[in-house]
Design a protein around this ligand. Structure first.
Ligand SMILES: Nc1ncnc2c1ncn2[C@@H]1O[C@H](COP(=O)(O)OP(=O)(O)OP(=O)(O)O)[C@@H](O)[C@H]1O
Ligand SMILES: [Mg+2]
Length: 154
């Protein structure tokens, strides 16, 4: 069913620190699914990971390109995807996302579009705004497969 854990992110600095802890754990074939309403911070969190692993500051949102590809400083690829505009799973096959799941570090916004392409080993991070706060977020982590035991390390 997946193991769950909640982390409170009070402000941007907390989200950045969380992205650094996450980045330190990631390697080839790790898939992170970022869920949550518009503007909850999925891209912000991904940007923090990309800054650490790829040395790219201010990574653009893949809203229109759907996928942005990066080379990791230690080798390997990082895929940052935003599937919001995907309307049919056949588009996912064209992107080559299945292969990327097996080889690259993948950060995927709007993964509800994946359908049967959902990989068995994955970390889902659901971001929600904290009531009464402009910058507060709750990150709800659920690990599946290999990630069931790894979420305690973040
Ligand atoms: N604690 C926080 N963590 C993340 N973002 C925060 C936080 N506090 C404020 N923000 C702000 O919230 C906004 C989040 O925008 P972002 O583009 O990351 O959201 P998103 O979830 O990717 O949205 P979309 O669904 O449109 O892709 C940014 O302007 C960011 O500065
Ligand atoms: Mg986004």
């Amino acid at each position: 069913m997946g193991m769950t854990r909640s982390i409170r992110l009070d402000d941007l600095a907390a989200t950045d620190a969380f992205s650094a802890r996450l980045a330190a754990l990631l390697g080839a074939a790790d898939v992170i699914l970022l869920t949550g309403d518009l503007g909850t911070g999925k891209t912000t969190l991904a940007r923090g990971v990309i800054a650490r692993l790829c040395g790219v500051k201010d990574a653009p949102s893949p809203t229109y390109t759907i996928v942005q590809l990066y080379d990791c400083l230690d080798g390997g690829e990082l895929w940052h995807a935003d599937l919001y505009r995907i309307e049919d799973p056949s588009e996912l096959e064209e992107l080559g996302l299945d292969e990327a799941f097996d080889t690259a570090i993948c950060l995927v916004e709007w993964p509800d579009r994946l359908g049967e392409h959902l990989p068995p080993d994955r970390l889902e991070i659901r971001l929600e705004t904290l009531e009464g706060s402009q910058t507060g977020r709750e990150a709800r982590l659920t690990g599946y497969g290999r990630w069931e035991t790894r979420i305690d390390d973040i």
